[in-house]
Each structure stands twice: as C-alpha cells, then as structure tokens.
Write a protein that binds this ligand. Structure first.
Ligand code: TZP
Ligand code: MG
Length: 215
C-alpha cells in the first residue's frame, strides 16, 4: 500500500472507466491505459449488478497490478470485496469519515468537490486527493452542472495540500489550460474511452501533461 500511495505523486493522467461510452470495453480500456503509463484507474460503473461489479473489479485489480492505483467509484462494499486500493466518492455518497472507518487508514480515498469550501472540508476529513469539476461542460455526467472554468483550479490548489485532479469536458485541446491552471492530474473520459485506440490517447495525454508541467 505504501508503494501505491507513492504513485499519487506521479498521477498525470487519471483513467475513469465508462462502459456505456467505451468502444472496446472497460477491461480493454484499463489494460491499454496501464500499458501506456496510466498510474491511477477508477472503476466507475453505474448500471451493472453488484455481482457483476465484484467480478469485473477483481479483473481490473489484476490488470492494475502494482503498476497503477485501483479505486472503485461510490461503492465501498465493492472496494472491500476485492481489496481495491481505495474508493472515489462524491458529496452525496457515504460520508468520508465513515468510509475511512470502514476501509482503514491505508486505503486511498478521493472526494469530488466543486469549490474551495468543499475542498478544505475534504482535506480536513482525511481525503487523499480531490476531484474538482466539472471544469468544462460535459454530457458524460448528466447531473454534473455547468463548467466552473479552469481559472477556478488555482484557488482550490492554493487552499489545500493534497493533489487536485481536474475532471469534466477535458480533451487534448483544452488540457493545457487545466494543467497551467494548477491541476496535478486530469481525467478525460469520453476523449479517451470513445477512441478506438485508448493506449495512443492515454500516451498522448501523458506526454502533453508532462510537457506542460516542465515549462
Ligand atoms: N464527474 C464530473 S464531470 C464527469 C464526472 C464523472 C464526467 C467527465 O467525463 P468527460 O467525458 O471527461 O467530460
Ligand atoms: Mg458518486
């Protein structure tokens, strides 16, 4: 687990799965993203049975191996069932303190936030990173609300000490604004899983992000 926590410092591109958008399927997407250098994977599945999720999560855990952090979206029970590296939860999911009690201090917990207040609260309550968004308007998450803009990232980044992962409507064209804006890492769901070459797109994002960070 110590090794997985260290990976949190080098997450440039963050893969979130979406079986409803994926061209080649979630397992193929994870395999290709990890092979391309992705160091964090979140299994986000809104429509499958718990049984299917546990079976699929176990396979994703194997694909991530020691290469990538493996988190489950929303479902603390599924994360526990397969001994995932942690969870990513939203403001209306299980309270983070409860999730921490159940999962223990070593597991990684990410929390979705929309502003500075929620970000400070997330850090105080023991989140390991925050997901901030939606940065841009997106149709991938129907209830995401309007984009808050890349200019909102800096204030959140300056307010907290844990990594800030930007999400929502991000593609290769606008990813520079997000990293220049202060994000440590970014998620781009449709831009990657709708592609017929997830490895190529992941590699392209990682290269772009690293280049921008070096400037
Ligand atoms: N949370 C906030 S926006 C979003 C989630 C899960 C969807 C992001 O998807 P895309 O395709 O990268 O805009
Ligand atoms: Mg959620």
């Amino acid at each position: 687990m110590e090794h997985k926590r260290k990976l949190l410092d080098i997450i440039d591109f963050y893969l979130v799965t979406d079986s409803s958008l994926s061209k080649k399927g979630t397992l193929s997407d994870v395999e290709n993203a990890v092979a391309a250098g992705c160091r964090i994977v979140q299994y986000r599945e809104k429509a499958r049975s718990t049984k299917d999720m546990v079976l699929e999560a176990a396979q994703i855990k194997t694909l991530c191996g020691s290469e990538a952090i493996f988190l489950v979206n929303d479902r603390v029970d599924v994360a526990l069932a397969v001994d995932a590296d942690g969870v990513h939860i939203g403001q209306d999911d299980m309270p983070i303190g409860t999730a921490r009690q159940i999962l223990g201090k070593d597991k990684i917990i990410g929390l979705t936030v929309h502003n500075i207040e929620e970000a400070l609260d997330a850090e105080n309550r023991g989140a390991d990173y925050v997901g901030l968004g939606p940065i841009y308007d997106t149709s991938t998450k129907k209830d995401a609300g309007d984009g808050i803009g890349p200019e909102s990232i800096k204030a959140v980044k300056d307010a907290i000490g844990i990594p800030v992962v930007a999400i929502g409507g991000i593609n290769k064209q606008n990813s520079e604004s997000v990293i220049v804006g202060g994000a440590d890492s970014l998620v781009a769901i449709s831009a990657v899983v709708c592609s017929d070459n997830v490895a190529r797109e992941t590699e392209a994002f990682i290269k772009l992000i690293k280049q921008i960070k070096e400037i």
